[in-house]
Ligand binder design. Structure first.
Ligand code: PMV
Length: 317
């Protein structure tokens, strides 16, 4: 039996602008997906212990179907096919909400590839795990998907992403993630923004440039743990994403709850927007006040460490 776990991710700064080659900053978080593989002669079985959302019950067969669990198992099937494995059972256990923009698909595929590599004695390097996982994620998502999520799930820490991906050695940060409980659709949000950029290049390009400047300016602030100015940058980046049309009422309610009752130093949506998650940097009233404020605003709240380790083998399933 072999178990591997891989982290989810948040985008700290630069989402959407990065699609046009502008710098973004992402980091791994300590919400992880665990995948256990074990020999099971005569079958290829995938078992999931995933947060159930969007499920349905077939009253005739009594079968409970979960759209999201079915979606997650596609990544595992792709990895099983890649390595032509038989006689195996694969179990997923995840603390990451699915389809929330926290990199759950990448964490599943990276943990599966790492667990299979160890179990089958393939000895894949991290670089090979990241490359294989990115290829498999793209295949399942019909050609969509930047390498950022699979790279963060593999290497952990922080990554600066523009034309290329560069790991950054920065200290970890305590943050809070607020989930609107509304799934989001990365493809449609990206298309919407790119269409706006085409139509109003003179307006959107300066916004992208400003977002890129924010990502660059944030790096030394994280190094110095300058929460005050980082929070300010988060607020500016959120405003610019709103201007691009990827905000939503639910996201804004969480952002304002975080900055208000939650006492956050700063808050912004993270990822593609239109739903999904926001992030906040705790202020002097601390993490608990922030978590309570987000829950009161009807969000799910997660206390996370930004800059967490990447994929690893685990002793216990
Ligand atoms: O919400 P997510 O994690 O799918 O993030 C998408 C980030 C975008 O910049 C909007 C798209 C991309 O491919 O970088």
């Amino acid at each position: 039996m072999t178990t591997a776990s891989a982290p989810g991710k948040i985008i700290l700064f630069g989402e959407h602008a990065v699609v046009s080659g502008i710098t973004a900053l992402g980091c791994a978080i300590d919400l992880r997906t665990k995948v256990t593989v074990q020999d099971m002669p005569g079958s290829v079985l995938i078992k999931t212990a995933l947060p159930l959302q969007g499920f349905s019950l077939d009253l005739l067969s009594g079968r409970l179907e979960s759209d999201q669990a079915a979606h997650a198992t596609r990544y595992i099937s792709a990895a099983i096919m890649e390595f032509e494995v038989r006689d195996i059972q694969v179990c997923i256990d995840s603390s990451l909400p699915l389809a929330a923009g926290l990199g759950s698909s990448a964490a599943i595929v990276v943990a599966t590839v790492a667990a299979l590599s160890e179990h089958l004695g393939l000895g894949l390097s991290r670089k090979e795990i990241a490359a294989t996982s990115h290829r498999l994620e793209k295949k399942v998502q019909h050609g969509m998907g930047s390498p950022m999520d699979t790279a963060l799930a593999t290497y952990g820490g922080y990554l600066r992403v523009s034309q290329e991906i560069q790991p950054l050695d920065l200290p970890s940060l305590e943050m809070v993630v607020g989930y609107t409980k509304m799934p989001h659709d990365t493809r449609s949000e990206v298309e919407k923004v790119q269409e706006l950029r085409k139509r109003c290049f003179d307006l959107v390009d300066p916004i992208f440039q400003a977002i890129g400047a924010i990502s660059e300016r944030a790096v030394p602030l994280i190094r110095e743990r300058n929460g005050q100015e980082l929070g300010e940058l988060m607020n500016i980046n959120h405003g610019l994403l709103e201007a691009l049309g990827v905000g939503s009422r639910e996201l804004c309610e969480l952002v304002y709850a975080a900055r208000g009752a939650g006492g956050a130093r700063g808050a912004k949506l993270t990822g593609a927007g239109g739903g999904g998650c926001m992030i906040a940097l705790p202020g002097s009233s601390g993490v608990d006040a922030l978590m309570v404020a987000l829950r009161q605003a009807k969000g799910a709240a997660f206390n996370v460490t930004a800059g967490s380790p990447g994929v690893r083998l685990e002793d216990e399933p």
